[in-house]
Design a protein around this ligand. Structure first.
Ligand SMILES: NC(=O)c1ccc[n+]([C@@H]2O[C@H](COP(=O)([O-])OP(=O)(O)OC[C@H]3O[C@@H](n4cnc5c(N)ncnc54)[C@H](O)[C@@H]3O)[C@@H](O)[C@H]2O)c1
Length: 433
């Protein structure tokens, strides 16, 4: 199979490398020349554990290529995967500009029949619209469109690609569906065949459901704080019920990233456009917006005013093991602290390069966690990197002016914290004073 993947971001790159690894010849196309130059040298423009050796292995084996020359790649392709971004636009809907451009680029280049597989998360009806565009722009060839939504998680994307729970293939055309199923068969993951609209909806509904679980447990955590229960105990007890399941029951300062925030808003918008007011999902979004500010609230309660306080921000990416800063809680927290006239000193093991482009310029960056904590009045843990979870708690005592920790990810056991002269505020648990 001659496969082309359009877009070499978090999804496209991992998809391309994984498809090459199971034996296909894969050409990854991107419009970003700098990215492609990097990739050709075996350097990944994104941080994803394990990706570089995996890329190199498949490049050396002559199965994986990178180019900006989409037209040549599309001409040779049997199957084209589209994995371009579908960010949020101003009204909260998915912005399909990149996707439509990819459709136009493909239509202008192809000279033989081809299957286009949509990995990008797109609103219900988009794949049919793509099919209509292809019929109009490339009437000389037959282009079948298949929806194949992606469920990988950044930070464990390679593992997820090889050990996912299901591969969803939404198609109107049986032959196209079976070609795509055959491509994915070596992964050994159950394949779920469905129609295109249902496949598109499965992606949004899955993300909305997971986001709901997160906002739900965060609300329970907020109540736990007030009634003296412990959210870790509550979540453990709930999770033992197989009907509930233990995943996505970790209380914290809410979800971020490139998917949940935009996909929940897009689904609420999709519903609103057909006069369905998705009240539950709107509440999930609202709860999350509040939850991202939770540590600021706690700090204000503790200090009164934050002006002049030196605050160490530990963790900037939206979750550990990624450098992705999209919709990270750190963006909200840093901005609010600066608005309160606090001094913000930030540290992240991986994401500081990307963070510097998106955080306010007043943020000071530290090279090491110890340096970030030096003379700090308070520390705020925003991302549960192992480096913080495993940090000897005496470091806080040694480095900080006052060892006061606001932990947005419940990194430490309360019994451990109690053995140090640390003031500790976490989510859904008793404070340690
Ligand atoms: N990131 C995730 O964890 C994740 C998980 C599941 C689904 N998704 C979905 O997958 C899609 C891609 O997400 P991402 O995070 O990989 O995006 P990304 O922004 O990291 O990457 C998109 C890439 O597409 C390239 N691009 C844009 N237009 C192009 C064109 N016309 N031709 C060639 N390249 C083009 C960009 O230069 C960029 O490198 C989105 O729809 C997203 O919602 C993402």
């Amino acid at each position: 199979m001659n496969i082309v993947v359009v877009g070499t971001g978090y999804v496209g790159l991992v998809t391309g490398v994984a498809l090459a690894h199971i034996g296909h010849r894969v050409t990854c196309v991107d419009v970003d020349k700098e990215k492609v130059d990097c990739l050709r040298q075996g350097i990944s423009p994104i941080y994803e554990p394990g990706i570089e050796p995996f890329m190199k292995e498949n490049m050396d084996a002559g199965r994986l290529f990178f180019t900006t020359d989409g037209a040549s790649a599309f001409r040779e392709a049997d199957v084209i995967y589209v994995a371009v971004g579908t960010p949020e636009n101003e009204d909260g809907f998915a912005d399909l500009t990149y996707l439509k451009q990819a459709v136009k680029d493909i239509a202008a280049a192809v000279t033989k029949d081809v299957i286009v597989v949509t990995k990008s998360t797109v609103p219900i009806g988009t794949n049919h619209e793509m099919k209509r565009m292809f019929a109009e722009l490339a009437p000389h060839v037959r282009i079948e469109v298949v929806s194949n939504p992606e469920f990988l998680r950044e930070g464990s994307a390679i593992h997820d690609t090889f050990h996912g729970d299901r591969i969803v293939i939404g198609a109107d055309d049986e032959r196209a569906a079976s070609v795509v199923a055959d491509i994915h068969r070596p992964f050994g993951i159950p394949i779920f065949h469905t129609d295109i609209r249902s496949a598109e909806m499965i992606k949004y509904a899955s993300n909305a459901f997971l986001a709901t679980k997160i906002s739900f447990i965060n609300e329970i955590a907020n109540i736990c704080e007030k009634v003296g229960a412990d959210i870790e105990q509550v979540a453990a007890g709930m999770g033992m019920d197989a009907r509930i399941g233990s995943s996505f029951l970790r209380a914290g300062i809410g979800y971020g990233g490139s998917c949940f925030p935009k996909d929940t808003k897009a689904l609420a918008k999709i519903a609103a456009n057909i006069d369905h007011h998705f009240e539950l999902l709107k509440a999930v979004i609202e709860v999350n917006n509040k939850q991202q500010r939770k540590l600021i609230e706690k700090a204000k309660e503790r200090f009164g005013r934050l002006a002049g306080k030196r605050v160490a921000l530990l963790g900037l990416s939206f979750k550990p093991n990624t450098d992705d800063m999209r919709e990270a809680a750190s963006l909200v927290v840093a901005r609010e602290l600066l608005a309160e006239q606090a001094t913000v000193v930030a540290y992240d093991p991986i994401a500081m390069g990307k963070a510097a482009h998106v955080l306010p310029k007043e943020v000071i960056y530290a090279d090491r966690v110890e340096q970030a904590l030096e003379r700090a009045d308070a520390a705020m843990i925003l991302t549960e990197w192992d480096e913080f979870r495993q940090l000897d708690l005496s470091v806080y005592v040694k480095q900080m002016k006052t060892p006061i920790i606001f932990d947005g990810r419940n990194c430490y056991a309360l019994d451990d914290v109690k053995t140090y002269a640390i003031e500790y505020y976490s989510i859904g648990r008793k404070s340690v004073k």
